[in-house]
Design a protein around this ligand. Structure first.
Ligand SMILES: [Cu+2]
Length: 155
């Protein structure tokens, strides 16, 4: 009997610790909610973050147009990447969700394509290197050229 109660006690303590761990993890992970607008803009065009911070970007596409006419994605590029060149190459990468496979080394993180009415999230660790701007863009054809881009500042 005593042994059983000890086991329950241990299990209870384990559950408490796991619960606290969950709370700590949630607190460290900040969510940024961005809407992809029909005007070919991100509702949030600037994100400021700390080096090594965990961020979740939630991209919602507000359009009522069909996916082949108006999908969006969130593609965060490394700081040395040429975002215009990336967006141009993406036009020919429809079969890979408009992410050019041979330029994956320029990508920090990206969401899948988000169709109208949908939300897709991606969680990533902010780069350690501070003081620079990282660009994020939508690579659906024509959207970057129309201004669907933003910057991430790490400081
Ligand atoms: Cu877009």
């Amino acid at each position: 009997m005593l042994k059983t109660s000890k086991i329950f006690q241990a299990a209870f303590l384990l559950l408490i610790s796991l619960g606290m761990l969950g709370i700590a993890t949630a607190a460290q992970r900040r969510a940024i909610e961005i809407e992809g607008l029909q005007t070919l803009k991100f509702s949030v065009d600037h994100i400021s973050a700390k080096p090594g911070e965990k961020l979740t970007v939630k991209l919602t596409n507000k359009t009522s147009l069909p996916p082949e006419a108006m999908s969006h994605n969130f593609v965060l590029l490394k700081k040395d990447a040429d975002s215009g060149a990336f967006a141009n190459a993406a036009i020919n990468a429809k079969d890979n969700g408009y992410i050019p496979k041979d330029m994956m080394d320029k990508v920090i993180v990206h969401t899948e394509l988000v169709a109208g009415g949908e939300t897709k999230s991606v969680t990533f660790t902010v780069p350690q290197e501070t003081g620079d701007y990282y660009s994020y863009i939508c690579t659906f054809p024509g959207h970057y050229a129309a201004g669907m881009k933003g910057t991430l500042t790490v400081k």
